[in-house]
Design a protein around this ligand. Structure first.
Ligand SMILES: [Zn+2]
Length: 396
């Protein structure tokens, strides 16, 4: 039986080169982790965790293997029992050079059914609630606008109202009306691409004649050029267009439609890769599942704020799988931990020193570390102004 040395471990993390990532000198992830970007290769996501698709590496193994060999030492006793020996979360650095697909994530029960029916497109039987914390300025579409705002959109963009009747939105039960309206527009667009194209041509004309184009119009022009006859283009007008600044965050529970349009974020989610896509993508779209799993809540989502009175902000998320903390440390600031809990963190700014017993080492911007639950006492000292994002497993 191998024995695990109880100490912090530096993690080596896999990069996902999805098409919407950032390229060349612009690319955020290479700058963060200190590598030279390959010519014209998009850098989209850095995965920090133990998802089977891309587990982080350490020493001569990977984190998935290591947790399977030493679940209690790494996850802790309670979490091992609660999550059957699996790391319940996945942390990412995500950088949107271009818009990501419009998507929503299933809840646990829906994920189990989807995975059973279609494991190729739904690789996990797990839900995927996620939080996005802005590292700079983030532009994103999140959730439906209010019915009143959507009726205004139909007034201002008559081609959409000609395609699907605005009357559908006017029923007594808001949620049911919105579901009927959105289902109609999405299924009609999918089954009648020719008719959709005719509507989009009218939209092109209307938008090109506008003296003052809205931000949604600008995105429409850009994405129309890129994706052509794409059903997702309407969502630019039906969803809330949000701007988050550094340190602000939005939590996305199951069934909330969203798309990140531009910016760099820290994302933390339940350990799952289940995405139901509804447009602005060349990937598999699943309109019937999407309209089924949406909650049809309307209005602006809650924007979570940084706690400026403390060095540490805990972003509250209503799920058992993870909690996420941002720590901003001034030079010389010391944090002592006696927690006996797993912690995985990435340094996004600055430099720190970690000391635990005989263990002592320096880490810098871009480094990600695993603190196994069995390590019951360690000290972090900032040697430069430093920012850390930590994911932990909540107590209960
Ligand atoms: Zn998502």
């Amino acid at each position: 039986m191998k024995i695990l040395k109880i100490q912090p471990y530096l993690l080596e993390n896999e990069i996902q080169h999805y098409a919407w990532g950032q390229k060349n000198d612009e690319a955020f992830i290479p700058k963060l982790i200190g590598i030279t970007p390959q010519n014209d290769l998009p850098y989209a996501e850095l995965w920090i965790g133990a998802h089977p698709k891309a587990p982080s590496k350490l020493i001569d193994t990977d984190l998935l293997e290591m947790i399977h060999s030493f679940p209690e030492e790494i996850l802790g006793e309670k979490a091992t029992a609660r999550f059957r020996g699996n790391l319940p979360f996945l942390m990412k650095v995500l950088t949107a050079g271009e818009a990501l697909s419009i998507q929503a994530h299933p809840n646990k029960a829906q994920a189990e059914i989807l995975h059973e029916k279609d494991p190729e497109n739904y690789p996990d039987n797990n839900h995927k609630p996620e939080i996005a914390i802005a590292l700079d300025d983030l532009t994103a579409l999140v959730g439906f606008r209010t019915i009143r705002e959507m009726l205004n959109v139909l007034d201002n963009y008559p081609p959409i109202g000609e395609f699907v009747s605005p009357e559908l939105l006017k029923g007594d039960n808001e949620r049911e009306s919105l579901k009927a309206f959105y289902t109609e527009i999405m299924t009609k667009a999918e089954s009648n691409p020719d008719e959709l194209e005719l509507v989009l041509v009218k939209m092109d004309e209307l938008i090109s004649l506008k003296n003052e184009k809205s931000e949604a119009d600008e995105f429409y022009i850009e994405l129309r050029q890129k994706y052509g006859t794409d059903v997702g283009l309407f969502s630019l007008y039906f969803f809330n267009l949000l701007h988050l600044s550094q340190g602000e965050a939005v939590f996305l529970s199951a069934g909330i439609p969203h798309a990140y349009l531009k910016g760099n974020i820290i994302e933390c989610m339940a350990n799952s890769d289940n995405v139901v896509r509804a447009g602005l993508t060349p990937k598999f779209k699943d309109i019937s599942t999407l309209v089924d799993i949406l909650t049809y809540d309307t209005g602006l989502p809650i924007i979570l704020q940084e706690d400026k009175n403390s060095y540490q902000t805990e972003y509250k998320v209503p799920v058992p799988d993870f909690a996420i903390l941002m720590k901003k440390l001034k030079p010389g600031k010391e944090i002592k931990n006696f927690g006996k809990r797993l912690e995985i963190f990435i340094i996004t700014e600055g430099q720190i020193h970690i000391q635990s017993g005989d263990f002592s080492d320096e880490y810098q911007k871009g480094d990600a570390l695993l603190i196994p639950a069995a390590l019951n006492c360690y000290k972090i000292t900032a040697t430069e102004p430093a920012t850390l994002f930590s994911a932990i497993i909540p107590e209960n």
